[in-house]
Ligand binder design. Structure first.
Ligand SMILES: [Zn+2]
Length: 444
């Protein structure tokens, strides 16, 4: 492949590191000034901290700027200008699209975008799809009604911008979507990991279709859940579909900030459009070294209507020591988004990331795709139960699998579990996003 064909934007994606950092600083100053001058919310926040646009000269200065978080956004919404509140940095007349967060962690957050912001969303998506090998000959099937959620709208417009042919597969049920993909010979799909696995299961059981053999999907972009960066889950998806699976992490309040490229060596941050800082969860100190986890503080460098400046996303990440073969200057995160600061809880005094349990369960082929984790309290002690399903015909291996599970869970999570084996097909199935980790300790 010729160099020029490797990148959507060859200049930005291969900028020498020092130029890229220079660009980020320049863009940061500009978005900071914009928010300071046009958004009442930001103006007040920065005025109280005694920081003005002229004070921002270096990355050190940026670290002194107050962060924002979801709870602050929730507190102002419903106020004027209705319904977004005064974080808005443009007159309402310039807002052209409404979206909201899914509300899995509380009341949904409203998000306004102008037409210019919408072009920015499409640009970020076009860049990531191109990096994943999408080209103008691809026919991308989107098996969702996108509704008020931004993710698949972004995929839709980004793919169109790139020149792909987009098939909006909303309204149809799962079986009809699979048949439509087959009929149209769709070559690519974007969905949540839960749905990618669920569709393959439905195809095999209800339609007698083997997606790996009978469909022509060769590329799948997954988003919305951690699975795309959990190796065992990714392997299951790739085998089920005979396709390459690439992770993407984005957020309504932030934008389409990261992607895995064709080389699958980790999650690239689109550093031409976003500035990512990693902070120690307890001390708040900025982490620049490799191999140390912290939470992400992120700025969308070009988002205008509802700016996102130093947003405390609570995503747990760490810088990767690896360089990607693709030649992009954008840095990699090791293992994608490892979890959320809210999810990584202490169980029996041990820090637990639910993705480690996912990795263990999905790496055992005799277990189905479904599992459930329940954390409860017995007296003063935490109790953790893992429910799994054996796939049909594996009953005779139950003791071997039990031993394997106990052993690997101990190694990866440092915890002992109550194991429950359930009959195949009896644990809850989810359509889009799954809730498999249930911490019930605070509710009892
Ligand atoms: Zn790469």
């Amino acid at each position: 492949m010729k160099e020029v064909e490797k990148y959507w934007n060859p200049v930005l994606e291969t900028l020498p590191r020092e130029k890229l950092v220079e660009l980020q600083l320049k863009k940061f100053k500009s978005i900071f000034k914009w928010a300071y001058e046009h958004s009442k919310f930001y103006h007040q926040l920065y005025a109280e901290a005694g920081i003005e646009p002229g004070d921002i000269k270096t990355f050190e200065d940026i670290r002194k700027i107050p962060k924002i978080e979801k709870s602050m956004m929730r507190a102002i919404q419903g106020k004027e200008p209705y319904p977004y509140g005064d974080m808005l940095a443009m007159p309402l007349e310039r807002v052209t699209i409404y979206h909201q967060t899914s509300g899995t962690t509380g009341q949904p957050v409203y998000q306004a975008d102008s037409w210019q912001d919408w072009e920015w969303w499409a640009e970020a998506w076009a860049c990531l799809l191109y990096a994943q090998g999408y080209r103008d000959y691809d026919r991308l099937f989107l098996p969702f009604g996108y509704n008020i959620f931004v993710a698949f709208w972004g995929a839709h417009y980004g793919a169109e911008k790139l020149g792909c042919e987009v098939v909006p597969g909303g309204v149809l049920n799962t079986e009809a979507r699979i048949l439509k993909m087959q009929e149209l010979r769709a070559t690519a799909m974007a969905a949540t990991p839960t749905y990618v696995l669920g569709m393959a299961d439905t195809a095999r059981r209800k339609l007698g279709i083997d997606p790996a053999k009978d469909l022509q999907i060769r590329r799948i972009t997954v988003a919305g859940e951690a699975g795309g960066s959990v190796p065992a889950t990714k392997k299951r998806m790739e085998e089920a579909w005979g396709a390459k699976v690439y992770d993407h992490v984005g957020a309504t309040e932030i934008g389409a900030w990261s992607f895995e490229c064709r080389y699958q060596s980790g999650l690239h941050i689109n550093e031409a459009l976003f500035l990512v800082e990693i902070e120690d969860i307890n001390s708040g100190e900025v982490i620049t070294e490799l191999g140390r986890r912290g939470k992400m503080v992120i700025t969308a460098l070009d988002r205008m209507a509802q700016p996102c400046i130093r947003f405390d996303s609570k995503d747990i990440i760490e810088w990767s020591p690896d360089k990607c073969e693709c030649g992009r200057s954008f840095r990699l995160l090791k293992g994608g988004v490892i979890g959320r600061a809210d999810d990584i809880t202490k169980v029996k005094g041990v820090l637990l990331a639910p993705t480690s349990i996912e990795e263990v369960v999905r790496s055992i082929p005799e277990l189905s795709d479904e599992y459930e984790v329940l954390v409860t309290k017995k007296g003063d002690l935490d109790d953790i139960t893992l429910k799994v399903e054996l796939t049909p015909g594996q009953q005779n291996k139950i003791e071997t699998i039990r031993a394997k599970l106990i052993d690997q869970l101990r190694v990866r999570t440092n915890l002992g579990y109550n194991l429950e084996f359930h009959e195949y097909g009896t644990l809850p199935r989810y359509d889009v996003k799954a809730k498999r980790f249930k911490d019930l300790r605070h509710k009892e």
